[in-house]
Design a protein around this ligand. Structure first.
Ligand code: F0G
Length: 449
């Protein structure tokens, strides 16, 4: 087995513990105190480009698989494993689209709203960014089998990378809780798919125990290396803005891996002197799965230099259990009530002067239809960003002339049921139902006119 990079290590995020471990271990939670782990770097030992625009040169070398990858193109900024272990299926070829029509819909000025289409990844969601990094770590530590819990996209992405890496793969999903496009991918890519009679939070608990007992490699966003890959979504956004940071990043909040990764990305870039200003971040929950919103806005939970008030969280979760609460939203991807990256997300809120909001399913479906009509489309969870942005403009928190980048996390084809239902049976403000026509040319022409 090869030596991991000696410039990288894992570190517990709990300041009272702060234990460090090398990157050759697949541990995923601090063995000393049970808190989350970060991948950290000794930057003095890494040759990071002096300016971000140096990364652009790699676009010219599409025959080099690491330069072609939208993740590994930035490899100095996630330098935890030697090149020979780096896995890629061509992830991260995603675009940032300036979209003036959606901007107008939410009340913004032209030229200010940008949509980052992570649905253009090989498995159709942002997860591939994280999997490229985490599977590289899995290869480095010699993993033979892997597992994840999922609301759908993680399972699709894990299944794709696992079969590309030759790893045995088991995915846990809540029975009846995931969109059909995603379920079809897991089965088609050959994953052993276990449907648990429960929700995502139940699956998340089971998978951790299964991985510990059977020595399987865990690919949920508890895995700090996954979040390293997801940092690159932010690098690509600022790359496409000419290496300038936007005023706001807006992201849906589920298990809170993205928001955690994005804050870390900006913190590190600032620390390295590669950006001058950190953008603000808005994290958008669905009202049916709004643990973060409730904890931050109502219970005043905060990062507090790492000394997070655990009692607030424990009481909150005890109450969920007592009420037998299970989250419900049409945005099944973010139907999560016990987000595992909660504390890292609080840190990102601190770093990015972040805010949190929740939007209803109706708002999500309307926003999704607008993105579909005027853009490349997305799945419901992704549309929470535009619904949230509209509210934040109305509230006056985001100004019409600020530069905003919304992360559209998953492809429109992931969840055709929600889309078809909105345009047919349960119509909303922007529905576009099919028109029934008799099998007759004259009448068809009459209908079209
Ligand atoms: N958007 C989509 C399309 C997702 O699939 C997810 C998470 C999120 C947003 C939330 O991202 O967890 O980083 O806050 N899906 C996970 C899964 C949980 O299992 O596929 P997060």
């Amino acid at each position: 087995m090869a030596k991991e990079s000696d410039a990288a290590f894992q570190k517990c995020i709990n300041p009272d513990c702060a234990a460090e471990f090398d990157c050759g271990q697949a541990i995923f939670k601090c063995p000393k105190c049970g808190e989350l782990l970060d991948a950290r770097y000794d930057w003095d030992k890494i040759e990071v480009p002096k300016k971000l625009s140096d990364f652009s040169k790699r676009w010219a070398r599409r025959d080099n698989r690491l330069d072609f990858s939208g993740v590994w193109r930035f490899r100095e900024l996630l330098n935890f494993c030697p090149d020979e272990y780096k896995v890629s299926v061509g992830e991260g070829q995603t675009i940032l689209e300036q979209n003036d029509a959606v901007a107008e819909h939410v009340g913004m000025q032209p030229g200010r709203l940008h949509l980052q289409y992570e649905g253009l990844n090989p498995s159709g969601s942002f997860k591939d960014n994280g999997m490229a990094a985490a599977f590289s770590h899995a290869m480095m530590v010699g993993a033979k089998s892997c597992a994840c819990a999922s609301t759908g996209n993680t399972s699709a992405s894990v299944a794709l990378y696992a079969h590309s890496c030759g790893l045995k793969c088991t995915v846990f999903i809540g029975s009846g809780r995931i969109a059909f496009g995603k379920l079809s991918q897991a089965m088609d890519y050959g994953a052993q798919t276990i449907q648990i009679l429960g929700d995502f939070d139940d699956c998340m608990k089971q998978v951790q125990d299964v991985c510990t007992k059977l020595g399987m490699y865990l690919l949920n966003s508890l895995n700090p290396f996954r979040l390293e890959g997801q940092k690159t979504i932010m690098y690509r956004i600022i790359e496409q803005l000419g290496w300038q940071t936007p005023d706001w990043i807006i992201v849906p909040g589920g298990n809170l891996g993205n928001s955690s990764a994005f804050g870390k990305a900006f913190y590190e870039l600032k620390q390295l002197g590669l950006i001058e200003r950190i953008p603000r971040m808005a994290i958008i929950n669905a009202t049916g799965a709004d643990t973060l919103t409730d904890l931050v806005n109502n219970k005043k939970l905060a990062w507090n230099d790492g000394k997070v008030d655990q009692k607030i969280i424990d009481d909150y979760y005890a109450d969920l259990t007592a009420r037998n609460f299970s989250p419900h939203t049409c945005a099944s991807a973010i139907e999560i009530s016990r987000p595992v990256n909660l504390k890292k997300c609080l840190r990102s809120i601190d770093i990015c002067d972040g805010i949190v909001r929740a939007v209803t399913d109706e708002q999500i479906k309307d926003a999704k239809a607008i993105i579909g009509k005027y853009g490349l489309g997305c799945e419901p969870a992704s549309a929470a960003t535009i619904a949230g942005l509209k509210d934040l403009i109305t509230e006056g928190v985001i100004a019409a002339d600020q530069r905003v980048a919304c992360v559209l996390t998953g492809h429109a084809l992931k969840d055709p049921d929600v889309t078809v239902n909105y345009h047919t049976e349960n119509q909303g403000q922007f529905s576009n139902p099919p028109i029934e026509a008799p099998n007759d040319l004259d009448q068809i022409i009459k209908l079209i006119n």
